[in-house]
Design a protein around this ligand. Sequence first.
Ligand code: AMP
Ligand code: MG
Length: 661
Amino acid sequence: MTLDSKPRTAAVTVLDAVRRAARQEQFLEVVSAAEARHRFEARVDHAPCGSETLPLAAALSRVIASDVIAPVDAPPFDRANVDGFAVRAADTVGASPSASKRFALNAEVIACGVTPGIEVARGTATTIATGGVIPRGADAVVMIEHTELIEDDAAPAIDVHRAAASGQFISYAGSDIARGETLLRRGTEIGSREIGMLAACGFATVEVSRRPRVAVLSTGDELVEPGRPLRPGGVYDSNGAIIAAAVAEAGGEAVAFGAVPDDEAALERAMRQALDSCDMVVLSGGTSKGAGDLSHRVVSRLGNPGILVHGVALKPGKPLCLAVIGDKPLVVLPGFPTSAIFTFHTFVAPIIRARAGLPAEAARTVTARVPVRVPSELGREEFVLVSLVAAEDGLIAFPTGKGSGAVTAFSQADGFLAIDALASALDAETEAEVTLIGQAEHAPDLVIMGSHDVALDVVVGALAERGLRARTIAVGSLGGVNAASRGECDIAPVHLVDAATGIYNKHLLEPGLALVPGWRRMQGFVFRSGDARFEGLSAEAALQAALADPAILMVNRNAGSGTRVLIDSLLRGAKPVGYANQPRSHNAVAAAVTQHRADWGVAIEPVARLYGLAFLPIAPEHYDFLLVEARRQRPAVQAFLEVLRDETTRERIRALGMEPL
Ligand code: AMP
Ligand code: MG
């Protein structure tokens, strides 16, 4: 055994892994989204999964399995609607306060649940309570308020001051629910009102559709179950949770299988178990080249008819794999969260709905103007998630701007628009059709577009406490300036420095815009606490130490950010190692330093604190608001300005380490 055999084996293994990862995995045949749906739906059983009988109390939010016919009338008898007297309407003709009519009182009182025994003869009246059974002979009820009691023990009577029409204050039998009518249709989701209707007809139980059992699996060596600490390189299994919830929303019963490592044997075992115990299987992940298309390989071994579609000309969602094993649909969603949930809603949710007995969901669309150019990949139909904002001249759709790896893109979007496979971009100012997702939200009271800051959440929270809903769209300072100058938002938070003067934000003003002071955020030199190379130094000395040692790696900021202007002025033309690494946020800088991908950077103090980094203050950054003058008088804008001045808000902002102005 030679001494270097071990390293050589390791080198070969690494090389193997690199080859596998770099291999251009071929999709069997990339088809259009429409073709994929067609193939899948043609092979998948859409019939409801059968039914089960549940007690009413357990039936909330389930789905009626077959039409419910009313077996009884409601009300079951002609019923008095008020407290008063049952009479013959004809006897009251001409009655008025000045010419009342006298009625002899019959010797019974009809309370609820009492069966009347005496016919109401001409000129007589019977005392009746709300809900009482109208006695034979009577065809109207006069309210007690329109009568006067004549207290004569021998011959009790009433004087009626007002004429009554036939049918007055009577609910006739079957007027609410008529025996034989269809009370509830199959496919109706059961809410409290439906439960009330069933109970009113005497039903103690109801037949509901059985919920299809949908196995939800994730795969990935990096996945960590929420609730556990995140290890280096790990990400939380968010797909498992969001897909399970989306299954329930579509009427299914999610059976959580958790996350399986990227191991063929383990994944195959889990998938077989899922197929055995559930009606349908949804797996996410294991679809990229890095994993060598693990999920697809495993699915291809599970049985017939097997894979129907592998690869869809769709963005996001290209690696989607649709299969049927036996009679059970099996879907592999791409791992990236937005892709996963997008393809789930497009291909999987409709099947779950059908099998749960729910009707197909009609697509709700609106037309909106897209103010910016949206580049798109040729050859793939591209879906772009958008936020909708109401403008003077109609709706505007802004791309949410987050990639398919983002977890929040889908939840923050109001809808999506499609860009044709043959187009390389959607031009600015195009009118587009937007398909709405989720609940149709009413327009927000206030639209804030620009740079995001944690203290902005305090302001938005204070507005929410006043019942005002603000929509914040994080498009960066420059995006905010553009939106404000086009009048597409109410308020644009910005922090841009004028390189010529060193003054923040004033240079962004133009006619129609005002500058409202926000708060100051201290920027400084950040490094890992305990790093002896910087410990105990001033910011200037730390910077010199960093520049003097080529082993020390910096992390920069993106051009256009205020912090970048500060960094460049500190560096005075120097470009130390790491200068080219230019993430777009304070958080990304702090994460890079925390995780040893860099040794120092410039970030704001609250973020440094959040990451447990050491901080040497340099200069404050000014975070202010551009206000669209034309919108200043709107109540929500006024409330925003008030909240900014409010001492409670300012205290909360200070607690985050900012200095409100
Ligand atoms: P994959 O399809 O496994 O190659 O995954 C593509 C990307 O999606 C990777 O960045 C994964 O970390 C991420 N991803 C895969 N599965 C999940 C999941 N269950 N939750 C969150 N992210 C995931
Ligand atoms: Mg993976």
